[in-house]
Ligand binder design. Sequence first.
Ligand code: SF4
Length: 347
Amino acid sequence: MEEKRLPAGSTEIGAQAKGGGAGTEIVLRIEDLHVHFVKNKILEKRTVVKAVDGVSLELAKGEILSLVGESGSGKTTLGRAVIGLVRPSSGRIVIVVDGAERDIGGARGKEWKRLRAHLQIVFQDPFSSIDPNMRVYDALRIPLQSYGVKGQSAVAKKISDVMRRVGLPEQVVNNYIFQLSGGQRQRIGIARVLLFDPSVIIADEPVSMLDASLKGDILNIIERESKENGVTFLFITHDMAVAKVVARRIAVMYLGKIVELGLAEDLLFDPLHPYTKAMLQASPAIDPSMKERIKNINIIGELAKSTDHPSGCKFNPRCPFAMDVCREKEPPLKEVKAGHQVACWLY
Ligand code: SF4
């Protein structure tokens, strides 16, 4: 099948993608999550990496929430902790299944396997760990059978269903993985997680390896799944432009903390945190008229090492507005207007 291509450099990618199916029914709650690693276990050189440092988020059914931050901000660790690939140091991850709240951390055995099916992850390169000489059909059949789906016709029916959902013709299942284009690989990556009818998908930079012209197709699949099937997405990206296109809400993460959270239009038209403003300024694909509304922010230096968190506001060494209080006390994330939260002493 010929892939739909958008004009190169288009800023209209997935223009309608806004997680339109979002309601108010909470399906995933992250409560005060910490992921700290001990980097060097030799006692005198022991350092603690605070990759995620007290994050709380709620995601509604059918919502797409973009989690944005630079490399090293902790966003990928957060996503992996949510699906159990990384063990949290403290905090809770609660998923709502059939109306009942389930604590992922407390689940064991069959219960954990059942809950885990509801929470899936799509990686940047979904086939980096899979034999490229495998046929697509087998790449879909094996996880489905290991989940317990029996019978050739049930397996074939499910595979046919997910191929339709990701917009690929069924004959692609006969191809080898190495024969797939980048866009097809990512579609099959999404098809592999849809096999389990998840309620929440962590999408970790799913379009960052694709040409601009192919990103729109993947974002449209994500939008369709959120709208038509009520799938909730935590969409992890370093790219503000992609975050704005796909999400109803955006959370900005810096050194393990959420520093701003709100509706996408509020963050773009009225960003509050100096770091959010700096990210918007640095994004080449953000509309120049939007950037004009943000006063020039010259942030200082590089992201601090995750082992080297400054006291007070973690952004204070880079912030042109830093005050004494910023170096002494960490600002809490607080609501400054309906649905718009920021962690900054300026507000
Ligand atoms: Fe800058 Fe202070 Fe706000 Fe931190 S709390 S972002 S240092 S003004």
